[in-house]
Design a protein around this ligand. Structure first.
Ligand code: HSE
Length: 437
């Protein structure tokens, strides 16, 4: 029987995991695909570097990704390089050359998804991307095929394993730099880890989920994205005293006219659904009037969990199954979640001088921000005394306006850090929420 011939673009952690998994489970894969599979060609940045390959796997290895995309002896192109513009060109070329494509690249699809999905549909080809969101969790399958009809009102996700791992390590008192180095050494971080830390890796994933949940395309500038770069162990210690866990949440809220979309650190109650999602695990909490609440949890980063998801797409493609997203529906109104009211935590580092607290309180009062509690532990460094403050509910943008009134003024030793306190009681099905004015 003819082999189903695979061409890989990239042979990094995930590429090696794919080749290893296919070799280790070749009989099972052949049974599920309906024919044997073979990796026959790999394009890499430096073809002269020695690569380890399983016994019996002897693909041609060269440095020409476009030639691979046009190779008539390849049935399926698997893109595992990352980045945006070069993969856009390769995926397009492969689809136009009549090949199905599997990718784990959320950045290219969040940026150029409509163009590439359109090319795939025009050529009657598959463009599958399960591994691009939450690695081992088959969330795209669930959204595309596994749920009853009926709108999902809310989606709340932990979608970046690196951030989640780092926040957990900070909770244990590890420094940010050490926690990041560990996540990189374990193969969880993107090649450019600023995408993980800035929230944009999760932002790309949220854009792809929104495409499936709402059926419309959103541009990345419509998502409020905030990172974890400025979080410190001192913040986590404060949260622990209040029975809160810090998570970087990706949130889709269906509103009356559209959706609100945001990614960023938020405190959640230590007893709430997502509080026990640790390390590189991801989770997606779906809420709907139709089916109630559904939580999916699994490894969200790492070579093998991601490779497993890529292999699942390869098998679907080999059987001619799986679906490229349908034509995007009409655009919907996108609201800024920063308009929503919530309690917030703010951490200042201030000079230990008379009047400092009064200045902070005054700036907040100017924007009508009400303080619920203040804590200022005694510190050894009089130039960097921490002040932790919790507000009554206020829109994030109003709080930001108040904090910007403090500006560079000689009383603060660094910019304040603010974190929203998510109302985890809101994580219950209540139907669409109004879009704030
Ligand atoms: N770097 C990503 C994460 C894994 O840490 O979640 C791939 O999406």
């Amino acid at each position: 029987m003819d082999h189903y011939r695979l061409g890989l673009l990239g042979y990094g952690t995930v590429g090696q995991g794919v080749v290893e998994l296919l070799a280790r489970t070749q009989d099972e894969c052949a049974a599920r695909a309906g024919r044997p599979l073979a990796v026959t060609r790999i394009a890499v940045g430096d073809p002269t570097r020695p690569r380890s390959l399983p016994d019996g796997c002897a693909p041609r290895i060269d440095g020409d990704p476009l030639a691979l995309c046009h190779d008539p002896d390849i049935d399926l192109v698997v893109e595992l390089v990352g980045g945006v513009e070069r993969p856009r060109e390769w995926i397009r070329a492969a689809l136009e050359a009549g090949k199905d494509v599997v990718t784990a690249n959320k950045a290219v699809l969040a940026t150029h998804g409509e163009e590439l999905f359109t090319v795939a549909r025009e050529h009657g080809k598959l463009l599958l991307f399960e591994a691009s969101v939450a690695a081992a969790i088959p969330i795209l399958q669930v959204l595309q095929q596994g749920l009853p009809a009926g709108p999902i009102d809310r989606l709340t996700g932990i979608l970046n394993g690196t951030s989640n791992r780092i926040l957990g390590r900070l909770e244990q008192g590890m420094s940010f730099a050490d926690a990041l180095a560990e996540a990189q050494a374990d193969g969880f971080a993107e090649s450019d880890p600023t995408l993980d830390l800035s929230g944009w890796d999760a932002g790309h994933k949220l854009a792809l989920l929104t495409r499936l949940v709402v059926g419309t395309s959103v541009s990345l500038d419509q998502i409020r994205v905030e990172g974890i770069e400025r979080i410190e162990p001192i913040d986590l210690a404060f949260g622990e005293r209040h029975h809160w866990k810090l998570k970087s949440l990706a949130e889709l809220r269906r509103t009356e006219g559209g959706v609100s979309l945001g990614v960023g650190p938020a405190w959640i109650d230590a007893e709430s659904e997502l509080a026990t999602v640790h390390d590189e695990y991801n989770a997606v909490l779906l809420e709907s009037e139709t089916f109630g609440t559904l939580v999916l949890q699994g490894k969200g980063a790492g070579g093998l969990p991601t490779a497993g998801s890529v292999v699942a797409d390869i098998l679907r493609a080999a059987r001619g199954e799986g679906s490229t997203p349908a034509v995007a529906g009409e655009p919907v109104e996108i609201c800024d979640p920063g308009l929503d009211s919530a309690r917030h935590y703010v951490r200042f580092r201030a000079k230990d001088r008379p009047g400092v607290l009064a200045r902070i309180a005054g700036a907040l009062a100017e924007e009508d921000v009400s303080i619920a509690s203040v804590e200022q532990p005694e510190a050894t460094d009089p130039d960097r005394v921490p002040v932790h403050l919790v507000t009554h509910p206020v829109p994030t943008i109003t709080l930001d306006a108040a904090l910007s009134r403090l500006g560079p003024n000689g009383i603060l030793s660094e910019e304040p850090l603010r974190i929203r306190i998510a109302d985890t009681n809101v994580l219950r099905v209540k139907g669409p929420t109004p879009c704030p004015a």
